[in-house]
Design a protein around this ligand. Structure first.
Ligand SMILES: CSC[C@H]1O[C@@H](n2cnc3c(O)ncnc32)[C@H](O)[C@@H]1O
Ligand SMILES: [Zn+2]
Length: 442
């Protein structure tokens, strides 16, 4: 099993290696990148491979990583808009989610995988319900998923025990499955929906099982105020007291982090916490502007997420990259904040670091997760700077080919791993049936 890609403009994202190669080739053997180099002297002509892709007119780059989403929520796209987080969750989303079935989450997740394949995302971190179904969808779709069960216990110990047991089963059943494409984490939802000791127990379970933790933190000013009122300190310091941010043994992924103080940022940098920045969700729910430039300056590893489809309302990381850059600029009133290359690093290198260390950079020995972005298009004419193009001008729909773990999932805009029409039909049926079941009974 080998694939040779030649004549590509390669963006490796490899700081210590090739950087960009204007006319490059890349060889995949089994699920790994075995060679990458310059093709201006036709070096690739001497390489034989089972499949050859001529990538003239395309950028070859690492696949994008979406480090915070709730994939099954594709069914709730457009279900409840223009509301603040707490009211949105309590009056619309949680009542709808109380009616979710396993079938809903399967088709919602498959639809999410399809949308990610079509827009360049090769890997994602998820936190939701019925996670066996998301795992089955990931298995079928061929992408990479880091899955956590979303645990909410509101201080109820008995509920907490059940939630931990469900997450533990997910880890036992799915960790490392699908040739390592599926990994798992523990997912305590947030510091204001789970008590401190429960979140501490989640961390201990994750360390015992050798997997990471994924949590929402300081998403809104309301959370910050509630934590100060109830505990006399912010969420970050509250959880530091149970050593939650310690990454010596396992990765720690913190979504949102909008209301971080300078002290919180310093602590995250020291501890090695990965932040998932979700600018579109933060804008739509009017949660605020996360201090991302400050985090990067302090040495925090910041990645990008979309959040769920009910607060975004899509899974398109190209939109997320552009929004991240623009939002930092307007938030700091500085056009030099969050330049294009730093944003591409967030969506590739930094996301890869938390999902699978052998992804996010195109170099020999890494896993073969990559995309081809079409630049034979009006919106790609001219390309002066490849990072500027990717962040400010490119669209998710410019992604023409995707390879994950050495397998072609989409080739020349044709998705090879599922019947798109069928998936959309089933997902639509599930969505409308769910909305019907969620209607308040008269
Ligand atoms: C317990 S599974 C995940 C849980 O989180 C909800 N959710 C979706 N988006 C957000 C957000 O921006 N902040 C907090 N919680 C969110 C989702 O609906 C599930 O109930
Ligand atoms: Zn979320």
């Amino acid at each position: 099993m080998s694939i040779l890609i030649k004549n590509a403009y390669i963006v490796t994202m490899d700081k210590d290696g090739a950087g960009e190669i204007e006319n490059g080739f890349l060889l995949i053997e089994n699920n790994l990148i075995s060679k990458i180099g310059d093709n201006s002297n036709n070096a690739a002509d001497s390489i034989s491979a089972g499949t050859v892709i001529d990538a003239k007119g395309a950028i070859l780059m690492p696949g994008l990583s979406n480090t915070h989403t709730h994939l099954g929520m594709t069914l709730l796209r457009g279900y409840a808009d223009d509301m603040a987080l707490q009211a949105w969750l309590e009056t619309k989303i949680w009542p709808a989610e109380a009616n979710l079935t396993a079938e809903d989450v399967y088709y919602g997740s498959l639809l999410g995988c399809l949308e990610m394949i079509r827009s360049g995302t090769t890997a994602f971190c998820d936190m939701y319900f019925f996670m066996d179904e998301t795992a089955k969808a990931v298995e079928k779709a061929g992408i990479r998923g880091c899955l956590s069960y979303g645990m909410i216990e509101f201080g109820d110990e008995e509920k907490g025990n059940k939630e931990l047991a469900t997450n533990e089963k997910l880890v036992r059943d799915w960790q490392g499955k699908a040739n390592g494409r599926i990994t798992t984490m523990y997912g305590p939802h947030a510091p204001n929906t789970c008590c401190q000791s429960f979140i501490g127990r989640s961390k201990e379970a994750a360390e015992r099982d050798g997997v990471g933790v994924h949590i929402h933190v300081l998403e809104t000013e309301a959370e910050l105020n509630q934590m100060k009122e109830n505990h006399g300190m912010c969420s970050v310091h509250h959880l530091d007291a149970v050593d939650f941010w310690n990454t010596e043994k396992i990765p720690v992924l913190a979504a949102h982090c909008v209301w971080m103080s300078d002290g919180d940022i310093k602590l995250f940098a020291k501890k090695g916490v990965t932040v998932s920045h979700n600018p579109i969700s933060n804008m739509k729910l009017a949660s605020g502007i996360a201090p991302i430039q400050k985090m990067l300056d302090a040495g925090v590893s910041v990645s990008l997420g979309t959040d769920g489809c009910a607060s975004n309302n899509n899974l398109n990381l190209f939109e997320e990259m552009k929004t991240a850059a623009l939002l930092q600029k307007v938030g700091t009133m500085s056009p030099t904040a969050l330049p294009a290359k730093a944003v591409v690093e967030m969506a590739t290198v930094n996301g890869g670091r938390v999902i699978d260390k052998q992804t996010g950079v195109l170099k020999a020995g890494n896993k073969a997760d990559m995309i081809l972005v079409d630049i034979q298009k009006a919106n790609a004419t001219p390309v002066f700077d490849v990072y500027s193009h990717l962040v400010y001008a490119a669209a998710g729909s410019d992604v023409k080919t995707m390879i994950v773990d050495g397998k072609i999932l989409m080739e020349n805009y044709k998705v090879l791993v599922m019947d798109e029409e069928e998936v959309m039909k089933k997902a639509k049926e599930c969505a409308f049936s769910l909305a019907e079941r969620a209607k308040p009974k008269k």
